[in-house]
Design a protein around this ligand. Sequence first.
Ligand SMILES: O=c1ccn([C@H]2C[C@H](O)[C@@H](COP(=O)(O)OP(=O)(O)OP(=O)(O)O)O2)c(=O)[nH]1
Ligand SMILES: [Mg+2]
Length: 160
Amino acid sequence: MSESQPTHQAPKPRLEVKLLDERLRDYMPQYATLGSAGMDLRALLDEPLTIAPGQCELVRTGLAIHIGDPGLAGLILPRSGLGHKHGIVLGNLVGLIDSDYQGELMISTWNRGSTPFVLEPFERLAQYVLVPVVQAELEIVDDFEASLRGAGGFGSSGRH
Ligand SMILES: O=c1ccn([C@H]2C[C@H](O)[C@@H](COP(=O)(O)OP(=O)(O)OP(=O)(O)O)O2)c(=O)[nH]1
Ligand SMILES: [Mg+2]
């Protein structure tokens, strides 16, 4: 079945990427479908890596992506299939990639499951999502203008 074209599409930011391993040329991150939010990141490994239950390994991607625009950031998120079926998620839960980071993207890979997981070389391990960011300035005040919620949180508004 052919995929429907999006009705409108903003121009895509072009990001500079360095391949820290030539093998990555054949495994460039891609959007799997026209509407995919993330590009899959692959594990740069020379041989399969067994991750024991509870173990966390920092896995190379072999990619350095310089975002360069402080109005953007990268997020590294787990893949739902690996996370749900195999317990393979991120040791830092979410990876936040600063726009001025020029180093290699690393994936903190945590086996939160109960069986060993064998990670294969170049397996799609996590996903990279580019998101808009707004930087704030903080201004110290003594009081806020009152809001309906005030300081209530953590379930204070109850269930409906
Ligand atoms: O999953 C991740 C998370 C972070 N990073 C890189 C990019 C990010 O810009 C940098 C710093 O990340 P963060 O600010 O979350 O870590 P930190 O512990 O605060 O280190 P730093 O003091 O270097 O900011 O590490 C990754 O490669 N993978
Ligand atoms: Mg930091």
